[in-house]
Design a protein around this ligand. Structure first.
Ligand code: FAS
Ligand code: PHB
Length: 394
C-alpha cells in the first residue's frame, strides 16, 4: 500500500545543494520534501571541499546559516602557486578586491542540517529505490521505499540534487541528454591531520614527482593532497610515506615548517570533468554534482553547486511568488553558461599543475611557459584570481 504525499518541490539529495535549496525555498514560504538514501550522520561525515567563494558565503548567510561560518571561517586573501620549486603568490585581494573563506563542506552540511531540522523540514533519510517519474506531467512524483513502506511524493517540481551517481540525470531520456567528459589519468590522495597548517595560505605545487596541495580546515587542522596513480591502493600509503612524498613535492624550505602526525582520514578521489545538458527536463531541474563534476584543483565543486541552487531558487521563487516563469524557462541556459566557464578554469588549473604521463617535452615546456606567463603578467594573474574568487552569478 503506497503512502502518497503532496508538496510544492520534491528535492532528491540532502547534500549541500539539496539542503541549501530547501532552506532558501523555505525562506520564501515554499514547501519542500527532501529525500536521501543516506542518513544525516553519513552525509555530515563526508570530507570534501574546503574553500568557499564569497558568493557561497553570501548565499549561506542569506539562508540564515552563516553565524558559525563567520565565527570560524578563515578569510584568505591569496594563495601560492609553485612550479619546480619557484613559488609565486596570487594576490586575490589585490587583484580582485575579493577573498575566499576556508570552511569545510562538512561544517556547511552540519549547519544546513541543523537549520532544516529546526524548521521541521520534512526529510526521508535512508530512502531506497528512489525514482523520479512523470517529469513531463503537471504533477511529477518521486517514488521510493522508506522504513519498509512505499512512498510517493507528488509535487509541482522535482529538484535533482542527488550527485553524480543519483537517479535524476538518468531519468532524462537518452535521446535528450548530452554528456561531455574528460577523465584525468591520476587521482588525489588526501589526508586530514590535527596539526597546524604548513603555511597561513594554501600552496598548490607542480613538482616533477607530481602535484601537491597544502590546505587546512582551521589553525590546528590541516588537509593535504598528493597526485597519485588511478590504481593506487591506500594500504600502500602509510603516513610516513605520505609525509616523505609531500616534503619532496613542497620543497625543503616549505617542508622545514611541516608539522606531521597521525592522519585521521585518508582517501583517494578520481578526477574528472563532466557536464550533462540540459539541466532541465519538463518539471525536473538538475543542480550540483547531479549535472556536473569538476576536478577539485580549482576548489569549485561545492561553489558551483551553490551557484546552481541560487539560480534555481530564484526561478522557483519567481514562479510561486510573482507568477513569473522567465527564470524557470531560462534556467538551463543561464546555469550552463556559468558551468562551462567554471569547467574551463578547473581544467586549465588542473592541466597547469599536474604531471601528465603522456605529456611530450613540448607540453612540459608549455606548462612552464603558462606558469611564467601567470607570474609575470598582472593580467594573467588577475584572470586566475577572478576565477578562483568566483565569477559573477550572471
Ligand atoms: P553531493 O554528492 O554532495 O550530494 C548528493 C546527495 O544525493 C548525497 O547525500 C547522496 O546520498 C544523495 N543521493 C545519491 N543517490 C541517491 C539516490 N539514489 N536516492 C536518494 N539520494 C541519493 N569540491 C571542492 O570544491 N573541493 C574539494 O576538495 C572536493 N573534494 C571532493 C572529494 C570527493 C571524494 C568528492 C566525491 C567530491 C569532492 N568535491 C570537492 C566536490 C563536492 O564537494 C561536490 O561538488 C559537492 O558535494 C556537490 O554537492 P551536491 O551537488 O549536493 O552533491
Ligand atoms: C581542500 O581543502 O579540501 C581543498 C582546497 C582547495 C582545493 C581543493 C581542496 O582546490
Amino acid at each position: 500500500m503506497t503512502r502518497t504525499l503532496r508538496t510544492q518541490v520534491a528535492v532528491i539529495g540532502a547534500g549541500p545543494a539539496g539542503l541549501l535549496l530547501s532552506q532558501l525555498l523555505a525562506g520564501a514560504g515554499i514547501e519542500t520534501v527532501v529525500i536521501d538514501r543516506k542518513d544525516r550522520a553519513y552525509i555530515e561525515g563526508r570530507i570534501r571541499a574546503g574553500v568557499l567563494e564569497q558568493g557561497t558565503v553570501d548565499a549561506l548567510s542569506e539562508a540564515g546559516v552563516g553565524d558559525r561560518l563567520h565565527r570560524e571561517g578563515l578569510i584568505h586573501h591569496g594563495f601560492d602557486l609553485c612550479f619546480d620549486g619557484d613559488r609565486h603568490r596570487i594576490d586575490l585581494r589585490g587583484l580582485t578586491g575579493k577573498s575566499v573563506t576556508v570552511y569545510g563542506q562538512t561544517e556547511v552540511t552540519k549547519d544546513l542540517f541543523e537549520r532544516r531540522f529546526a524548521q521541521a523540514q520534512q526529510f526521508f533519510l535512508g530512502a531506497s529505490d528512489t525514482r523520479p517519474e512523470g517529469l513531463k506531467d503537471t504533477r511529477p512524483s518521486v517514488h521510493f521505499t522508506h522504513k519498509g513502506r512505499q512512498i510517493a511524493v507528488e509535487a509541482d517540481f522535482i529538484a535533482g540534487c542527488d550527485g553524480f551517481h543519483g537517479p535524476s540525470r538518468q531519468a532524462i531520456p537518452p535521446e535528450v541528454l548530452r554528456t561531455f567528459e574528460r577523465v584525468y589519468p591520476f587521482g588525489w590522495l588526501g589526508i586530514m591531520v590535527e596539526r597546524p597548517p604548513v603555511s597561513h595560505e594554501l600552496i598548490y605545487a607542480n613538482h616533477a614527482r607530481g602535484f601537491a596541495l597544502a590546505s587546512m580546515r582551521s589553525q590546528t587542522r590541516s588537509r593535504y593532497y598528493l597526485q597519485c596513480g588511478m590504481q593506487e591502493n591506500i594500504a600502500d600509503w602509510p603516513d610516513e610515506r605520505f609525509w616523505e612524498e609531500l616534503s619532496l613535492r613542497l620543497g625543503s624550505d616549505t617542508a622545514a615548517s611541516l608539522q606531521t602526525g597521525a592522519s585521521f582520514e585518508k582517501s583517494i578521489a578520481p578526477l574528472r570533468s563532466f557536464v550533462a545538458e540540459p539541466m532541465r527536463y519538463g518539471n525536473l531541474f538538475l543542480a550540483g554534482d547531479a549535472a556536473h563534476i569538476v576536478p577539485p584543483t580549482g576548489a569549485k565543486g561545492l561553489n558551483l553547486a551553490v551557484a546552481d541552487v541560487r539560480l534555481l531558487s530564484r526561478a522557483l521563487i519567481a514562479h510561486y511568488l510573482d507568477h513569473n516563469d522567465h527564470y524557470i524557462d531560462t534556467y538551463s541556459q543561464a546555469v550552463l553558461s556559468r558551468v562551462w566557464k567554471v569547467e574551463r578554469f578547473s581544467w586549465q588549473l588542473s592541466t597547469l599543475m599536474h604531471q601528465f604521463p603522456e605529456n611530450s617535452p613540448f607540453e612540459q615546456r608549455m606548462q612552464r611557459a603558462e606558469f611564467d606567463y601567470i607570474t609575470g603578467s598582472e593580467a594573467a594573474a588577475r584572470s586566475i584570481a577572478e576565477n578562483y574568487v568566483g565569477l559573477p552569478l550572471e
